[in-house]
Each structure stands twice: as structure tokens, then as C-alpha cells.
Design a protein around this ligand. Structure first.
Ligand code: 26Q
Length: 832
């Protein structure tokens, strides 16, 4: 392909000068009239939002073309990030900040009597994910773009994202999240980029002309995958990363003409059945197993993505599939896209007629797999019968991969039948396919997401694989993008930092170290604390509006926000709150430090215990917030519908970050990093990335409590008895008795009996009782320190200064070096 001639014919050169306010004004008016079709004289804030979005999208598209031309021209190796979830947050302000044109845009809008912040508020927050894993994918796209890596994201364009949550009578109620109802101005539909995705049918084997055995997958039911692109440029607006989301479309339109009148309605029904594939995100962040629709979603997305990846590869390397691992790498975000491994085998074997050994060599060297969980019950498995019915050819391929793999294992570990059983891709007893084992065998690298997690993965989850594949397991500690989690979510703090040390930290977070010298500077500390105070006021206003709770002015804002899960131990926190309440009531004149305890998070709709915990928090809030003895020194708020946009307000406005999972259960956590970056101190266990945060900030600047992962394991091995703690600790006993006996729910005294029984009779799987006393004592240390505002400020500033490691830029550089083997591009020039 001759790019130079084309370049001449279609130069990417004349575009809008965003620094010229008059030009921006003209462009806005033109876009509104010609594209949105609205008269600017009467436009609503929403119509202004759509106008801005289209204007920016046009620019992003131009950046995308520059990047694509560069990548094709230089034949660069590409990274494909496959993730079932993305939580990118609102786009508008992000792009204005990336392009550094926020002031110009604000000024242009002011001329039209419009307020940029109000306009930004119009945007729906795309909730195409559950929690950490989805947000990580979004941080990674931002970092890839900012740091200039040739990357693409693939995912599903769910019509209904994560449900929106309200709290009614203290309980979670789920509502459909119809985020596309009013359209999505950031996406571009690619009607010409569609692929068929096949399901069901059967496989026939035959010998081809050359006498080699071939397989054909026939009599399938097909669905069409249609591409929607969202462009992402990073800070400085240099390089673009495309996020391509697949939407399911029926193939049935074609068949309709063959149908007689009587079958018409049924034919349309069929059509809607195929289109349910991209209808809704599964709102659980562990595998509640066996939903056929979920398996179909996984294959749908994987099959479309691989067809697209192959198409792009063949454009530049026709007929040389052996080059694939040199030119592309596919990162699997957990096992959800692990079917990509047998799918690539199928394409290479059945469609490209490669030999098994060649196909396997290419496949294994193309994939890498990130694991995000240690909980054994959260490892994905699928019933063989379901896979057999839906993906018969893949099932054959998986059996063959397994057969050859186990043969090798047998040679290395002769006579160890148990080991073979554990390593098998098939769980014979339960008749299920183990997706994690498939992903490990089919990838060149497997990584955990924090040091401890990666070590425990090797020691506890995949010990046999670790011996068998000595260099396969690596660590890449998670990170977060400072562009969203400081620059965008906390502008006053970002500005203070820029004034003090310049703006290099925006793309190189290690530069924050320069703040260390200001930790004891009186005027810097003062401004730092004023900014925190402002952020708390903004936070308090949001909380008042959203849940009607009045935060206590000047109190310590103690914040626990994340998915509601037993292992994350929101229950331990609320038990601590009850103990605090009891102390206040027992001693009303004590000067216990005033606190506002803030919770937010969603429970999986079918997760009984998590839903009880939400209700308990709300019931406790109801009593505590209205008790005249305590209401001025203790407030509890549950903020409904936690999402990226609420996190952007809650995190800057927090003093204390709760990261209190049972040691050895939280893979990494990323909220912990966002809080510390905004100057909150952490109270946490030695779990996930908390350990590395402690290493960075120093143990005197973090509140660590509780058992270590090793101690948890030892205690369990000895036989852990929660009653020992109940009997030995009167304060704990009083708290548990109150919850169990209905103190917080007089109208239904047994409401929380199951929660307490789960702890006492049920064995307390997450060891809340074992850690309770240590947690209480550490919370007292928090109170003591908070009374010394100067010392608190110093520690908070040191936390910010020492967060350099936790930028997703660092994570991405590590992936690029250790796993992907890709290099940074130089940003193409900006047009003027
Ligand atoms: C799988 C199959 C069927 C239905 C749902 C799922 C499913 C969906 C989402 C399973 C897991 C998830 C999400 C997991 C997740 O968010 N894990 C978090 O990942 C973060 C980023 O690495 C870590 O920081 C957190 O510690 C981890 O909990």
C-alpha cells in the first residue's frame, strides 16, 4: 500500500484551532445547527453537551487517523486488550483536559451564557462494568494513549449497563440502566464492520484434497456482531486508542422473506432473541455460575474481536500467519475472554489450514492472561454439556489441548495422578471446563495484580503450573491514572501541586516526590488542608442531596466505598460503628472524635448476605443519626448508586480510606491508590496493594491492623473458632448481641440474625471477629492523630508525594516491557 500518495491526496492538516475562542464559538454554533439540528438560541444544557461532544469527537477522529496511518506505515506491533467490562467515566471534561483547552472552552461558552460544569453534568456515566476490573481497563486505555503505545480495546456495547441502585426502606433496589436512551454522541457505528458469530450445530470431520484431516462446523445459528468505536486520546492529545464495542444484531432479517405470513411474528421473536446477546451486563463480580447467556456473551465478543484482529493483520501481512506473535499480543482481562484461545486455534486450523503444532505455537505466543482473584469460588468454570451444545468445535479443541498438555505433564511428573487431575482443563467430577487452567496453558505469561496476589497465585492457586512453567508467572501491580483521579477529580489540589512542583507529574507520577519537602511547610500544609476542607464540603452537599444525611462539619470523613462483598468486610466496619455508638451512649460527655462514616457500593442482586449488610448499614444509620446523644458526633451515610462520577466526589472529600479485606482475599484494590493520591490516610489490612502502599508511604503514615495472610492461613489450619472472640471480648459480644437481637430493627427483630449466625455458628469465613479488637484499637489511633491536624496534614501530604508507583502509566510500561514487547510511538504532529 502506498501511504505517501494517499497522504498527499488526503492530508490530515486543516482542523480547528481550539486556542482561538472566536473560532471555537463559530464551530460550536455550526455544529449545533448543522449536526445536532437545534437553534442555539433555545438550546438546553443537554443539547449543548451533545454539541460539544460532536465537536470533540470530530477532533478525536482526526487523531485516530493520524495514529492509524502511523501504525500501518511503520508496521508496529499492536496490543489488543480484551475485557468484558469498561468503566471509562464521563468523557467530556476528560477530553478538554487532555487537549488542555478547558479554559478556552469555558470562555467560549460563557459568551453564550452557558456553564461548562452544568453541561458536563448532562453526560451519562457509561457503567459497562462491575468494579475494579472494569475501571482498571479504562485506566489502562488512558495510559496506553498517553504513553503512546499502539493499543486497542475490545468489549461489549451493553444496551443496559450496571443497574442503577436506589435505597428503599434501607434496602437495595435495582433499576434498569438505559444509558443509550438519549443516544451516545461519543460512539461511531461502523455498519460496514460486521462479523457473523456462530453457535450450536455440529462438527463434521473429513479428509481434504491433500488427505489431511479437516473439520467443518455446520448447521450453526448465527448472530451478527456490529462494531461501535469510541476514541480515546491520552493527555497531550497525541496518540489515539480505539475502544471497539460489539453490539449483537440478528441475521434473521434475511430469512424473513422466506417465511410465510403465519411465521412472521415468530421470526421477529427470533430476532430479538439474538439481540439479547449484548442486552445486559451481568451485575456480579464473582461467578454465580452456569448462565448460558453469559457464556454466549463471552464467545460473541471473543469471536468478533478475533475476526477483526485477523482482518487487520492480514491487511499488512497477507499469508504470513506465523508472524502473528511478532506483530500482535492479546491481553485477556481475567478468564472472561479465555475462549479466544480455542477460537484462535479453530481459525488457524479450520480456516487457515495450519497444522496443530504450528497453530498451537502461534496461539500460545500471542496470549497473556491477567488473573484478578484468589477466591477459589470465583474461578470461572463452565458445564461441559453447555459448551458442547453451544461450541462443539471449541470443545473438541479444548479436549485436544488438554490431552497433549497432560501427556507432557505426565512425562515431567510421572505417576502423579492427583497432580494430573488438578492441572487438567477439565474437572471430571463436576463435568466442567476450568477457564483459568485453559488461560494459563494457552498464554505465554500469566500475571497477578499486586506482589502478594501474584505470590499467592503461584503458591496457592497454580502451584503445579508454576513448577511446570518456571517463567510464566509474573507480577504487574495495578495502578490508576492520575489524569482522572487527581487532575480531573480534584482540580484545586492539582493546581496547588502544579504551583509547587510544576506539571510534569501529570505524565510522570514519580515527580510527586518533589512534594516531600513541603510536608512540613506551614503555608503549603494550610492550603492543602483548606483544599481538603473544600472537597469535604462539596462531598457533604452531594451526600445531603442524595441520601438526606447531614455530615458533621469538621468531622473526620471515614469512607468505605467499593462493591459490597463479605470479603471486603463492610460488616466489620459497621460493627465498629456500633461499638462507637455504644461508647458514646455509655459516656455522653466523652469527647470522642466526631466522625462521618460514609459507605457506598452495589451488591449483586442475588447475593443475600451482601444485601443484608446494606440494609444493616442503613438501619444503623437511621438509629445513630437520630439519637440526640450521638447525632452530633457520629453520622452514618449510605450513598446510593456508587459509580465513577460519585467516586470522583467521594474520594477527594475523604480523610480516611477503609481498605479492610481479610488478608489474602483482595487481589489488589485500586480505590486504595485513588484515596492516598488525594491525601486520605489508609486504615487497612496487609492485603493486596495495601502492602506496597505501606512500603512506599512508610509504616508511620498508614494505619495497618489485623492478621497477615500467613496468619489467616495458620489460624484456619489450627481450627479457627469465632466463639473464642465472642466470649473473650465483652464489647464485641454486646455489639453482636444487639445486631442479632434486633436493636436496629425493632419491627422485625430477626432481620439480622442470619448475619450474626453466619459469623458465630457459620464459622466466620472472613475472620471479622479475629480482627475486630485490632481494628478498634487502630481506629482509636486514627482519632488521636486526627486531633493533631498538623501531623495529620504532614502524613497526608507524604501519602500524596509517595504515590508515584501507583500510576497506571507504570503498570502499562511494565506490561509493555515484560509481557507485550511493544515500544512507544512518537506522537504525530498536531494540525493547525
Ligand atoms: C464472571 C463470570 C460470570 C459473571 C460474572 C463474572 C465476573 C465479572 C466481574 C467475575 C469477576 C468480575 C470482576 C472482578 C473484579 O473487579 N476484580 C477486582 O479487580 C481489580 C483490578 O485488578 C482488583 O484491584 C480487585 O482486587 C479485584 O477484586
Amino acid at each position: 500500500m502506498n501511504h505517501e500518495i494517499r497522504e498527499e491526496l488526503f492530508p490530515l492538516s486543516k482542523c480547528l484551532d481550539f486556542d482561538n475562542v472566536e473560532d471555537v464559538k463559530t464551530a460550536l454554533v455550526n455544529t449545533m445547527i448543522r449536526v445536532v439540528g437545534v437553534d442555539p438560541q433555545i438550546a438546553s444544557p443537554r443539547e449543548w453537551y451533545v454539541t460539544l461532544a460532536y465537536l470533540m469527537r470530530g477532533h478525536l477522529s482526526e487523531r485516530g487517523m493520524h495514529t492509524a496511518r502511523d501504525q500501518y506505515g511503520k508496521d508496529l506491533k499492536r496490543v489488543y486488550y480484551l475485557s468484558m467490562e469498561y468503566l471509562p467515566g464521563r468523557r467530556l471534561m476528560k477530553h478538554l483536559l487532555d487537549m488542555r483547552i478547558e479554559p478556552q472552552m469555558r470562555a467560549a461558552l460563557a459568551c453564550f451564557k452557558q456553564d461548562l460544569d452544568e453541561i458536563c453534568e448532562q453526560e451519562k456515566d457509561p457503567a459497562l462494568g462491575n468494579g475494579g476490573l472494569g475501571r482498571l481497563a479504562a485506566c489502562f486505555l488512558d495510559s496506553m494513549a498517553t504513553q503512546g503505545y499502539p493499543g486497542y480495546g475490545y468489549g461489549i456495547r451493553y444496551e443496559f449497563g450496571m443497574f442503577s441502585q436506589t435505597i428503599e426502606n434501607g434496602q437495595q433496589v435495582e433499576h434498569a440502566e438505559n444509558w443509550l436512551q438519549e443516544g451516545n454522541p461519543w460512539e461511531v457505528v461502523r455498519h460496514e464492520i460486521t462479523y457473523p458469530v456462530r453457535f450450536g450445530g455440529r462438527v463434521v470431520h473429513f479428509n481434504d484434497e491433500l488427505g489431511t484431516e479437516s473439520a467443518r462446523w455446520i448447521e450453526t445459528t448465527d448472530v451478527i456482531a456490529e462494531a461501535y468505536d469510541i476514541m480515546e486520546t491520552g493527555y497531550g492529545d497525541g496518540i489515539a486508542v480505539t475502544l471497539r464495542l460489539w453490539s449483537a444484531r440478528s441475521t434473521q432479517d434475511f430469512d424473513l422473506r422466506y417465511f410465510n405470513e403465519g411465521n412472521y411474528i415468530d421470526a421477529v421473536k427470533e430476532k430479538t432473541v439474538s439481540e439479547t446477546l449484548s442486552k445486559v451486563l451481568y451485575p456480579m463480580d464473582t461467578t454465580l455460575m452456569g448462565q448460558e447467556l453469559r457464556l454466549k456473551q463471552e464467545y460473541f465478543f471473543v469471536s468478533a474481536s478475533l475476526q477483526d484482529i485477523f482482518r487487520r493483520f492480514r491487511k499488512t501481512h497477507p499469508g504470513s500467519l506465523r508472524l502473528l506473535p511478532e506483530k500482535i499480543v492479546i491481553q485477556l482481562n481475567d478468564t472472561h475472554p479465555a475462549l479466544a484461545i480455542p477460537e484462535m486455534m479453530r481459525l488457524l486450523l479450520d480456516e487457515h489450514k495450519l497444522s496443530w503444532d504450528e497453530a498451537w505455537c502461534i496461539t500460545r505466543n500471542t496470549f497473556a492472561y491477567t488473573n484478578h482473584t484468589l477466591l477459589p469460588e470465583a474461578l470461572e468454570t463452565w458445564p461441559i454439556s453447555m459448551m458442547q451444545a453451544l461450541l462443539p468445535r471449541h470443545m473438541e479443541i479444548i479436549y485436544k489441548i488438554n490431552h497433549l498438555f497432560l501427556q507432557e505433564v505426565r512425562r515431567t511428573f510421572p505417576g502423579d495422578g492427583d497432580k494430573l487431575k488438578r492441572m487438567s482443563l477439565i474437572d471430571d467430577e463436576r463435568q466442567r471446563v476450568r477457564m483459568a487452567n485453559l488461560a494459563v496453558v494457552g498464554s505465554s505469561r500469566v500475571n497477578g495484580v499486586a506482589e502478594l496476589h501474584s505470590r499467592l497465585l503461584r503458591e496457592r492457586v497454580f502451584p503445579e503450573f508454576d513448577v511446570f512453567y518456571p517463567n510464566k508467572f509474573v507480577n504487574v501491580t495495578n495502578g490508576v491514572t492520575q489524569r482522572r483521579w487527581l487532575l480531573q477529580s480534584n482540580p484545586p489540589l492539582a493546581e496547588l501541586i502544579c504551583e509547587a512542583i510544576g506539571d510534569a507529574w501529570i505524565t510522570d507520577l514519580n515527580r510527586l516526590r518533589d512534594l516531600e519537602s513541603m510536608a512540613e511547610d506551614a503555608s503549603f500544609s494550610k492550603r492543602f488542608m483548606e483544599i481538603k476542607d473544600q472537597a469535604k464540603k462539596r462531598n457533604a452537599a452531594m451526600i445531603a442531596q442524595r441520601c438526606g444525611v447531614a455530615a458533621i462539619p469538621g468531622s473526620l470523613f471515614d469512607t468505605h466505598i467499593k462493591r459490597i462483598h463479605e470479603y471486603k468486610r463492610q460488616l466489620l466496619n459497621i460493627l465498629q460503628v456500633v461499638a462507637r455508638y455504644n461508647r458514646l451512649r455509655a459516656n455522653p460527655s466523652s469527647d470522642l472524635l466526631p466522625r462521618t462514616v460514609i459507605f457506598a457500593g452495589k451488591s449483586a442482586p442475588g447475593y443475600f448476605m451482601a444485601k443484608k449488610i446494606i440494609r444493616l448499614i442503613n438501619d444503623v444509620a437511621e438509629i445513630v443519626n437520630h439519637d440526640p446523644i450521638t447525632r452530633d458526633s457520629l453520622k452514618v451515610a449510605f450513598v446510593p448508586n456508587y459509580n465513577i462520577s460519585t467516586a470522583e466526589i467521594l474520594i477527594p472529600g475523604a480523610d480516611l480510606s477503609e481498605q479492610i479485606s481479610t488478608a489474602g482475599t483482595e487481589a489488589s484494590g485500586t480505590g486504595n491508590m485513588k484515596f492516598a493520591l488525594n491525601g486520605a490516610l489508609t486504615i487497612g489490612t496487609l492485603d493486596g496493594a495495601n502492602i506496597e502502599i505501606r512500603e512506599e508511604v512508610g509504616e508511620e503514615n498508614i494505619f495497618i491492623f489485623g492478621l497477615t495472610a500467613a496468619e489467616v492461613a495458620a489460624r484456619k489450619a489450627q481450627g479457627y473458632n469465632p466463639w473464642d472472640y465472642y466470649n473473650a471480648d465483652p464489647e464485641l459480644r454486646q455489639v453482636l448481641d444487639m445486631v442479632r437481637d434486633g436493636f436496629f430493627c425493632c419491627e422485625e427483630p430477626d432481620r439480622y440474625r442470619p448475619l450474626v449466625e453466619n459469623l458465630l455458628q457459620g464459622g466466620d469465613a472472613f475472620m471479622l471477629l479475629a480482627d475486630f479488637r485490632s481494628y478498634m484499637e487502630t481506629q482509636e489511633n486514627v482519632d488521636t492523630l486526627y486531633r493533631d491536624q498538623k501531623l495529620w496534614a504532614k502524613k497526608a501530604i507524604l501519602n500524596v508525594a509517595r504515590m508515584g508507583k501507583f500510576s497506571s502509566d507504570r503498570s502499562i510500561h511494565t506490561y509493555a516491557q515484560d509481557i507485550w514487547d511493544v515500544t512507544q510511538m512518537t506522537p504525530p504532529p498536531h494540525c493547525k
